[in-house]
Design a protein around this ligand. Structure first.
Ligand code: NAD
Length: 487
C-alpha cells in the first residue's frame, strides 16, 4: 500500500553522523498494525553499537555544549523547518507503523513535535539566571545554566514522534547531545525523524539513534558511564529498571497512569460524556493520560450513560488512512492481549459489557479493537487497579465526594486526573486532594498543552521530574553557582 522502497532503504541506525547497520548484521521486521505488511527491516542494535553512539555523543558534546545559545536556538528552528517540509510523510509513516488515524491524530502529533523544537528554541533564549546577594564581604555570587552532557533518551511507541521531540528539542537547545533508543514497534518513524534532524545539518554525533531491544540497547545507554542523564518515558516497571541502572545520574521519568475521570452529581453530563470519549478512546486508549476509570456519582449514572453511549457508538474503528476513522488498530499484540485479559477479568467478576468487549473481525490484522464500555466495574477488578492502555471506558459509581476522592487515589499511579463539576468550590476541593501531577477540571484527562508542566506525583509510580516547555529545559540543565571574590 504505502510501503515504498524509500522507506525500506532508510532503515539504518544513525550513529556519529553515519547511517549504519547493526554491527551484528541482524535486523527485525517492522510490521504495520494496520495492514499486517512488513514496512521495513530495522537494525537490531547491539551493546557495542550503543556504546559507539554514546562515545560519539560524548565527543560531539565537547563542542556542541560551547556554541552560543542563540546558535543552538537557530539549530532547533532549522530542525522544525526540516520537519515541516516532511510533515505529510512523517504523519503517514506514523499512521502506518503506530496505527493512529492520519487526519485526526498523526498529523497533529507531527505538528506537536514541530512545536516542541520551535518553543525550545525560544524558551532557551529567555532562560535567565540570577545574581544573588552575598553575605561575605567583596563577594559576587551568580548562577549559570549549563548542559548536563550526554542524554540517554528512551521513548515508547504510543506517541513516538512527539515524545522523542519533547526530549530532543530541549536537550539540544540546552547544549546536550543525545543517544535515543525508540520503541522497537515505532522505530521506522523515529528513524525518519532522525533523517529530518540530519538534514538540518547538525554536527555529527550530536543526535544518535540506536534501534533494537530496549533491554539491550536501552539498558546500555542508561547505564553507560559516559551518559550524564537519562530521560525515559514508558511503563512503570521498565522505568524502575532504568532508574536502577542509571543510579546516580540525572533522571527524568515519565511513567504509567491509571487516572480517573470523575463525574460529580452537579456535572454538565453532556460535556463529561464528550470528554470521556476523548479521554478513553484517543489513540485507541494507548495514552498515559487516558482516563482508565470513569467514576460517576450514582445519582447521575443513568443520564450520564444516556449521554455517553450514543457518542461511543458513533466512533469509527478502521483504516487509519480513511478520513472517517476515529480509532485505528492497537499498536501491538501485547497491548491487545492485556486489554482482552482486563475485560475478561471484569466480566468474570460481574461487570456488564455495554458495547465492544472483544477484538473486531474483518480487518487486515487482529489488532482492531472496538471502543468498549463496561458498567458495574468495582475496585477489586484488574481493570480498575492496573493500567489497561486499551480502548475501554470502565464505569464505577460512588455515593459521596469523599468516596470519589478515596477511589481516585486508590491507585499506585498519580499522573493525570479529571473532574467534572459546575461548582468552583468542588473544583478546588478535588484539585487540592487528588494525588496527581495534573488535575483537569471540566476537561478530558488527555488535555495537555505542551508548554506546561507534566509529570507524576511524588511517591506514586508515574515517574518524577516535569516535562513541558521551560520545565524540561530546567530539568535538562545543571544550575552552577559561581562565587567571585572581588576583594
Ligand atoms: P515500555 O516500558 O515497555 O518501553 C518503553 C521503552 O523502554 C521502549 O523504547 C523499550 O524498548 C525500552 N525498554 C524496555 N526495556 C528496557 C530496559 N530494560 N532498559 C531500558 N529500556 C528499556 O513501555 P511502552 O509499552 O513502550 O509504553 C507504554 C507505557 O509508557 C505505558 O505504561 C504508558 O503509560 C507510558 N507512557 C507514559 C507517558 C508519560 O508521559 N508519563 C507517556 C507515554 C507513555
Amino acid at each position: 500500500m504505502r510501503v515504498t522502497e524509500a522507506i525500506r532503504m532508510r532503515c539504518k541506525m544513525f550513529i556519529g553522523g553515519e547511517w549504519v547497520s547493526a554491527s551484528s548484521g541482524k535486523t527485525f521486521a517492522a510490521v504495520s498494525p494496520a495492514t499486517g505488511e512488513v514496512i521495513g527491516e530495522i537494525p537490531e542494535g547491539t551493546r557495542d553499537d550503543a556504546r559507539r553512539a554514546v562515545l560519539s555523543a560524548r565527543q560531539a558534546q565537547e563542542t556542541f555544549g560551547r556554541i552560543s545559545v542563540f546558535d543552538r536556538a537557530a539549530i532547533c528552528h532549522a530542525i522544525a523547518d526540516s520537519l515541516e517540509g516532511h510533515k505529510r510523510e512523517l504523519a503517514e509513516l506514523l499512521s502506518l507503523e503506530q496505527g493512529k488515524p492520519l487526519r485526526g491524530e498523526a498529523i497533529p502529533e507531527v505538528e506537536e513535535a514541530i512545536g516542541d523544537f520551535r518553543s525550545a528554541a525560544e524558551d532557551v533564549k529567555r532562560l535567565e539566571t540570577s545574581v544573588l546577594p552575598a553575605a561575605g564581604r567583596g563577594k559576587r555570587i551568580l548562577t549559570v545554566r549549563q548542559p548536563k552532557g550526554v542524554y540517554a533518551i528512551i521513548t515508547p511507541w504510543n506517541w513516538p514522534l512527539s515524545i522523542s521531540a519533547q526530549y530532543l528539542a530541549p536537550c539540544l537547545a540546552a547544549g546536550n547531545t543525545a543517544v535515543l533508543v525508540p520503541a522497537p514497534t515505532t522505530s521506522v518513524c523515529v528513524l525518519k525523524l532522525a533523517e529530518c534532524i540530519d538534514d538540518a545539518g547538525l554536527p555529527p554525533g550530536t543526535v544518535n539513534v540506536v534501534t533494537g531491544p530496549g533491554a539491550v540497547v536501552g539498558d546500555e545507554i542508561a547505564g553507560h558511564s559516559n551518559t550524564a542523564a537519562v530521560a525515559f518515558t514508558g511503563s512503570s516497571a521498565t522505568g524502575k529498571a532504568v532508574a536502577a541502572r542509571a543510579a546516580g545520574k540525572s533522571l527524568l521519568l515519565e511513567l504509567g497512569g491509571n487516572g480517573p475521570l470523575i463525574v460529580l452529581a452537579d456535572a454538565d453530563l453532556a460535556a463529561a460524556a464528550e470528554a470521556t470519549v476523548s479521554a478513553c478512546f484517543l489513540n485507541a486508549g494507548q495514552s498515559c493520560s487516558a482516563a482508565e476509570r470513569i467514576l460517576v456519582h450514582e445519582s447521575v449514572a443513568v443520564p450520564f450513560m444516556n449521554e455517553l453511549m450514543p457518542r461511543v457508538l458513533r466512533l469509527c474503528l478502521g483504516d487509519p488512512f480513511d478520513a472517517r476513522t476515529t480509532i485505528g488498530p492497537l499498536n501491538n499484540e501485547a497491548v491487545a492481549a492485556k486489554t482482552d485479559a482486563h475485560i475478561r477479568d471484569a466480566v468474570e467478576h460481574g461487570a456488564a459489557v455495554m458495547c465492544g468487549g472483544s477484538r473486531a473481525n474483518g480487518f487486515p490484522t487482529r489488532l482492531f479493537y472496538p471502543p468498549t464500555v463496561l458498567s458495574g466495574v468495582t475496585p477489586t477488578m484488574l481493570i480498575f487497579r492496573e493500567e489497561t492502555f486499551g480502548p475501554v471506558a470502565p464505569i464505577t459509581t460512588f455515593s459521596s465526594d469523599d468516596e470519589a476522592i478515596e477511589l481516585a487515589n486508590r491507585s499506585s499511579y498519580g499522573l493525570l486526573m479529571a473532574v467534572f463539576t459546575k461548582t468552583l468550590s468542588n473544583a478546588f476541593y478535588f484539585a487540592d486532594r487528588l494525588e496527581a501531577g495534573v488535575v483537569n477540571v471540566n476537561e478530558s484527562s488527555n488535555y495537555w498543552e505542551p508548554h506546561t508542566p507534566f509529570g507524576g506525583k511524588a511517591g506514586k509510580e508515574s515517574g518524577f521530574g516535569r516535562v513541558g516547555g521551560r520545565s524540561t529545559l530546567l530539568e535538562m540543565t545543571d544550575l552552577k553557582t559561581i562565587v567571585i571574590n572581588t576583594d
